[in-house]
Design a binder for this molecule. Sequence first.
Ligand code: 13P
Length: 248
Amino acid sequence: MARKLAAGNWKMNGTTEALTEVAALTALLEAEACEVLLCPPATLIARMADMAHGSALMIGGQTCHPNASGAHTGDISAQMLADAGASHVILGHSERRADHGETDEDVAAQVTAALTSSLIAIVCIGETEAERDAGVTLNVVGTQLAGSIPEGADLSRLVVAYEPVWAIGTGRTPTLDQIADVHDHIRAELSGRFGSAAQDVPLLYGGSVKPSNAAEIFAVSNVDGALVGGASLKAADFGGIVSALSGA
Ligand code: 13P
């Protein structure tokens, strides 16, 4: 059985004043039956990791460079994220793929770097609306999955997030059957490639998850949690999603 994970992706949101939400969230967390993670902008990682110390909250980054150090202005390495107090890193988010041209090959190199620095890699995959309409969702997701996970990856440090691009920030979500189809496919593909270790890889759904739809999504086959954008910015909303997962 995969562990359950509620992960928040703050994207390019949050300055010092947003730390009050982190304090509120850690106060809300009790003995949750799931893992809880927030991935803030890099500027807040160290401060949030200090605040989360001693609580159930874990902190992660939103991308990393494949190299450990070097002449890469503006980039951040997996080693630096770990040094700042991160335990996880989101890799290959559709916004990185679109805004920065990241390919599956790039993402696989980032995953290798993350695993080398003992981070847990959250690999994001998902189809565009045009791809869904063309009926090629499972092909697209399967290709991204195969290309974004490097040979010999340690599956105990891997999480996969299925995020349909058209569901991100739109308030639209796939039907529960559509989510089940994709998650079952991801589990089957991982099992075919890696064998029984694939059962332990948490599969997250992401795209317009909120407290009001979380419970029904968490009841779907092979959904082990969520990667949450907008609703992770407020402790009350994210706390509601954490409770739904904890009780799932
Ligand atoms: P929203 O929850 O805002 O739709 O964002 C999802 C997402 O992209 C998380 O990585």
